[in-house]
Design a protein around this ligand. Structure first.
Ligand code: CIR
Length: 253
Protein backbone atom coordinates (compact mmCIF):
# COMPACT_ATOMS: atom_id res chain seq x y z
CA UNK A 1 0.00 0.00 0.00
CA UNK A 2 1.33 3.41 -0.94
CA UNK A 3 1.77 5.69 2.05
CA UNK A 4 1.53 9.44 1.98
CA UNK A 5 4.28 11.63 3.44
CA UNK A 6 3.56 15.29 4.09
CA UNK A 7 6.72 17.39 4.00
CA UNK A 8 7.52 21.08 3.69
CA UNK A 9 10.43 22.80 1.97
CA UNK A 10 13.02 24.40 4.21
CA UNK A 11 12.30 27.98 5.20
CA UNK A 12 14.82 30.58 4.01
CA UNK A 13 14.58 31.89 7.60
CA UNK A 14 15.82 28.63 9.13
CA UNK A 15 18.84 30.40 10.66
CA UNK A 16 16.38 31.92 13.16
CA UNK A 17 15.08 28.52 14.31
CA UNK A 18 14.24 27.72 17.92
CA UNK A 19 17.17 26.20 19.80
CA UNK A 20 16.99 24.68 23.27
CA UNK A 21 19.99 22.37 23.77
CA UNK A 22 22.22 23.11 20.79
CA UNK A 23 24.54 26.11 20.33
CA UNK A 24 23.58 28.18 17.28
CA UNK A 25 25.88 27.50 14.32
CA UNK A 26 25.68 28.57 10.70
CA UNK A 27 23.27 26.47 8.63
CA UNK A 28 24.24 26.02 4.99
CA UNK A 29 20.82 26.46 3.34
CA UNK A 30 21.86 25.00 0.01
CA UNK A 31 23.20 21.92 1.73
CA UNK A 32 20.12 21.72 3.99
CA UNK A 33 17.84 21.83 0.94
CA UNK A 34 19.93 19.13 -0.73
CA UNK A 35 19.68 16.93 2.37
CA UNK A 36 15.95 17.53 2.55
CA UNK A 37 15.53 16.41 -1.06
CA UNK A 38 17.55 13.27 -0.28
CA UNK A 39 15.24 12.67 2.67
CA UNK A 40 12.21 12.98 0.39
CA UNK A 41 13.88 10.53 -2.01
CA UNK A 42 14.33 8.06 0.84
CA UNK A 43 10.60 8.36 1.59
CA UNK A 44 9.82 7.64 -2.07
CA UNK A 45 12.18 4.66 -2.03
CA UNK A 46 10.06 3.30 0.82
CA UNK A 47 6.91 3.61 -1.28
CA UNK A 48 5.64 6.98 -0.11
CA UNK A 49 3.93 9.51 -2.26
CA UNK A 50 5.53 12.74 -1.07
CA UNK A 51 3.45 15.88 -0.67
CA UNK A 52 5.61 18.98 -0.52
CA UNK A 53 4.18 22.14 1.02
CA UNK A 54 5.72 25.38 -0.14
CA UNK A 55 8.41 26.99 2.00
CA UNK A 56 7.23 29.48 4.63
CA UNK A 57 9.55 32.51 4.52
CA UNK A 58 8.53 33.72 7.99
CA UNK A 59 8.35 30.41 9.85
CA UNK A 60 11.95 29.27 10.53
CA UNK A 61 11.10 25.81 11.92
CA UNK A 62 8.30 24.96 9.50
CA UNK A 63 10.21 22.10 7.79
CA UNK A 64 9.60 20.14 11.02
CA UNK A 65 5.99 19.26 10.17
CA UNK A 66 5.85 16.39 12.64
CA UNK A 67 5.32 18.78 15.52
CA UNK A 68 2.06 20.31 14.31
CA UNK A 69 -0.06 17.17 14.05
CA UNK A 70 -0.56 13.70 15.47
CA UNK A 71 -1.95 11.56 12.65
CA UNK A 72 -3.75 8.32 13.43
CA UNK A 73 -5.76 6.08 11.10
CA UNK A 74 -9.03 7.48 12.46
CA UNK A 75 -8.29 11.15 13.14
CA UNK A 76 -5.62 13.86 12.92
CA UNK A 77 -5.04 15.99 15.99
CA UNK A 78 -3.74 19.44 15.10
CA UNK A 79 -1.44 20.44 17.92
CA UNK A 80 -0.67 23.77 19.51
CA UNK A 81 3.15 23.76 19.48
CA UNK A 82 4.96 24.62 22.70
CA UNK A 83 7.12 27.30 21.05
CA UNK A 84 5.02 30.37 20.27
CA UNK A 85 7.05 31.07 17.13
CA UNK A 86 5.78 27.77 15.71
CA UNK A 87 2.03 28.13 16.24
CA UNK A 88 1.35 29.60 12.79
CA UNK A 89 2.75 26.44 11.17
CA UNK A 90 -0.39 24.42 11.93
CA UNK A 91 -2.93 26.01 9.58
CA UNK A 92 -1.39 24.98 6.25
CA UNK A 93 -0.72 21.42 7.44
CA UNK A 94 -4.29 21.16 8.76
CA UNK A 95 -5.56 22.26 5.35
CA UNK A 96 -3.80 19.33 3.66
CA UNK A 97 -4.68 16.81 6.38
CA UNK A 98 -8.37 17.73 6.12
CA UNK A 99 -8.41 15.93 2.75
CA UNK A 100 -7.50 12.64 4.44
CA UNK A 101 -8.70 12.72 8.04
CA UNK A 102 -11.28 14.21 10.38
CA UNK A 103 -9.48 16.92 12.36
CA UNK A 104 -9.49 17.80 16.06
CA UNK A 105 -7.72 21.02 17.08
CA UNK A 106 -6.02 21.46 20.45
CA UNK A 107 -6.77 24.82 22.07
CA UNK A 108 -5.13 27.08 24.68
CA UNK A 109 -3.89 26.50 27.32
CA UNK A 110 -2.84 23.20 25.74
CA UNK A 111 0.60 22.89 24.22
CA UNK A 112 1.83 19.75 22.51
CA UNK A 113 4.55 18.98 19.95
CA UNK A 114 4.06 15.95 17.71
CA UNK A 115 7.71 15.06 18.41
CA UNK A 116 6.59 14.21 21.94
CA UNK A 117 4.03 11.63 20.81
CA UNK A 118 5.07 8.05 20.11
CA UNK A 119 2.35 5.65 19.00
CA UNK A 120 2.91 2.04 20.02
CA UNK A 121 -0.11 0.05 18.90
CA UNK A 122 -3.17 1.48 20.65
CA UNK A 123 -1.10 3.43 23.15
CA UNK A 124 0.11 7.00 22.69
CA UNK A 125 3.11 7.84 24.84
CA UNK A 126 3.59 11.55 25.43
CA UNK A 127 6.83 13.08 26.66
CA UNK A 128 6.45 15.50 29.53
CA UNK A 129 8.89 17.88 27.87
CA UNK A 130 9.21 21.64 27.96
CA UNK A 131 6.96 21.73 24.87
CA UNK A 132 3.99 19.59 25.91
CA UNK A 133 1.91 20.43 28.98
CA UNK A 134 -0.75 18.65 31.04
CA UNK A 135 -3.61 20.38 29.21
CA UNK A 136 -2.11 19.21 25.90
CA UNK A 137 -2.03 15.63 27.12
CA UNK A 138 -5.60 15.86 28.48
CA UNK A 139 -6.95 17.31 25.21
CA UNK A 140 -5.12 14.67 23.18
CA UNK A 141 -6.59 11.98 25.41
CA UNK A 142 -10.10 13.37 24.93
CA UNK A 143 -9.58 13.45 21.14
CA UNK A 144 -8.46 9.83 20.79
CA UNK A 145 -10.15 7.93 23.64
CA UNK A 146 -13.25 7.25 21.52
CA UNK A 147 -11.06 5.40 19.01
CA UNK A 148 -9.68 3.07 21.67
CA UNK A 149 -6.29 4.71 22.26
CA UNK A 150 -4.82 5.02 25.73
CA UNK A 151 -2.57 8.01 26.46
CA UNK A 152 0.31 7.74 28.91
CA UNK A 153 2.65 10.57 29.90
CA UNK A 154 6.33 9.74 30.34
CA UNK A 155 9.00 11.81 32.05
CA UNK A 156 11.85 12.76 29.72
CA UNK A 157 15.06 14.47 30.67
CA UNK A 158 17.98 15.91 28.79
CA UNK A 159 16.65 16.66 25.29
CA UNK A 160 13.85 18.32 23.35
CA UNK A 161 11.23 15.65 22.61
CA UNK A 162 10.22 12.11 23.55
CA UNK A 163 11.19 10.91 20.08
CA UNK A 164 14.74 12.22 20.61
CA UNK A 165 14.94 9.57 23.35
CA UNK A 166 12.97 6.64 21.93
CA UNK A 167 11.53 5.48 18.61
CA UNK A 168 10.23 2.18 17.27
CA UNK A 169 12.62 0.66 14.73
CA UNK A 170 10.74 -2.57 13.94
CA UNK A 171 7.62 -4.27 15.25
CA UNK A 172 8.11 -4.55 19.00
CA UNK A 173 11.66 -3.15 18.93
CA UNK A 174 12.58 0.22 20.45
CA UNK A 175 15.75 2.24 19.99
CA UNK A 176 16.38 3.99 23.30
CA UNK A 177 18.72 6.63 24.74
CA UNK A 178 18.78 5.39 28.37
CA UNK A 179 20.17 8.66 29.73
CA UNK A 180 17.01 10.51 28.70
CA UNK A 181 14.28 7.97 29.33
CA UNK A 182 13.74 4.98 31.56
CA UNK A 183 13.58 1.88 29.34
CA UNK A 184 11.58 -0.02 31.99
CA UNK A 185 8.63 2.12 30.84
CA UNK A 186 8.28 -0.25 27.85
CA UNK A 187 7.54 -3.73 29.16
CA UNK A 188 7.24 -6.39 26.47
CA UNK A 189 9.42 -4.50 23.96
CA UNK A 190 12.86 -5.52 22.84
CA UNK A 191 15.20 -2.63 23.65
CA UNK A 192 18.25 -1.59 21.62
CA UNK A 193 20.27 1.12 23.38
CA UNK A 194 22.14 3.76 21.41
CA UNK A 195 25.92 3.54 21.56
CA UNK A 196 27.11 5.68 24.50
CA UNK A 197 29.31 7.70 22.10
CA UNK A 198 26.25 8.62 19.99
CA UNK A 199 23.80 10.29 22.41
CA UNK A 200 21.55 11.66 19.66
CA UNK A 201 21.12 8.36 17.83
CA UNK A 202 17.67 7.29 19.09
CA UNK A 203 15.58 9.07 16.45
CA UNK A 204 14.68 6.78 13.55
CA UNK A 205 11.70 7.01 11.20
CA UNK A 206 9.66 3.90 10.52
CA UNK A 207 7.96 3.97 7.13
CA UNK A 208 5.87 0.87 6.51
CA UNK A 209 8.30 -1.96 7.10
CA UNK A 210 11.33 0.22 6.28
CA UNK A 211 13.40 2.57 8.38
CA UNK A 212 15.08 5.92 7.65
CA UNK A 213 18.09 6.66 9.84
CA UNK A 214 20.79 9.37 10.03
CA UNK A 215 24.10 8.36 8.44
CA UNK A 216 26.18 9.86 11.26
CA UNK A 217 25.70 7.14 13.90
CA UNK A 218 27.80 4.18 12.68
CA UNK A 219 28.07 2.48 16.06
CA UNK A 220 24.35 2.48 16.76
CA UNK A 221 23.79 1.45 13.13
CA UNK A 222 25.87 -1.65 13.84
CA UNK A 223 23.58 -2.45 16.76
CA UNK A 224 20.53 -2.11 14.50
CA UNK A 225 22.11 -4.29 11.82
CA UNK A 226 23.05 -6.91 14.41
CA UNK A 227 19.32 -7.06 15.22
CA UNK A 228 18.52 -7.68 11.55
CA UNK A 229 17.40 -4.09 10.85
CA UNK A 230 18.86 -2.50 7.74
CA UNK A 231 17.87 1.17 7.51
CA UNK A 232 18.07 3.56 4.60
CA UNK A 233 20.67 6.16 5.57
CA UNK A 234 20.31 9.91 5.06
CA UNK A 235 22.66 12.76 5.89
CA UNK A 236 20.75 15.27 8.04
CA UNK A 237 23.71 17.17 9.47
CA UNK A 238 22.34 20.63 8.57
CA UNK A 239 18.90 19.82 10.01
CA UNK A 240 20.58 18.61 13.21
CA UNK A 241 21.97 22.13 13.66
CA UNK A 242 18.31 23.19 14.06
CA UNK A 243 17.69 20.35 16.54
CA UNK A 244 15.88 18.35 13.89
CA UNK A 245 16.36 14.73 12.90
CA UNK A 246 14.46 12.22 10.76
CA UNK A 247 11.01 11.82 12.33
CA UNK A 248 10.39 15.55 12.48
CA UNK A 249 10.49 16.27 8.73
CA UNK A 250 7.38 14.32 7.72
CA UNK A 251 3.92 13.21 8.69
CA UNK A 252 3.26 9.70 7.41
CA UNK A 253 -0.30 8.63 6.64
C1 CIR B 1 12.31 23.41 17.54
O1 CIR B 1 13.01 23.74 18.49
O2 CIR B 1 11.09 23.37 17.61
C2 CIR B 1 13.00 23.09 16.24
N1 CIR B 1 14.18 23.87 16.09
C3 CIR B 1 13.33 21.63 16.15
C4 CIR B 1 12.12 20.75 16.14
C5 CIR B 1 12.45 19.32 15.90
N2 CIR B 1 11.25 18.54 15.97
C6 CIR B 1 11.23 17.25 16.24
O3 CIR B 1 12.26 16.63 16.46
N3 CIR B 1 10.04 16.67 16.30
Amino acid sequence: MTLLAITRCISPAMARCELTHVERSAIDLVQAEHQHRQYQQALRALDCEVIELRAEPDLPDSVFVEDVAVVLDEVAVITRPGAESRRAESASVAQVLARYRALVHLAAPATLDGGDVLRLGRELLVGASGRSNAAGVAQLQAAVAGFGYAVRQLPIRGWLHLKSAVTEVAEGVLLVQPQWIDATAFPGFRIIEVDPDEPHAANALRVGTGLIYPSCFPRTLQRLQAAGIDPLLVDVSELQKAEGAVTCCSLIL
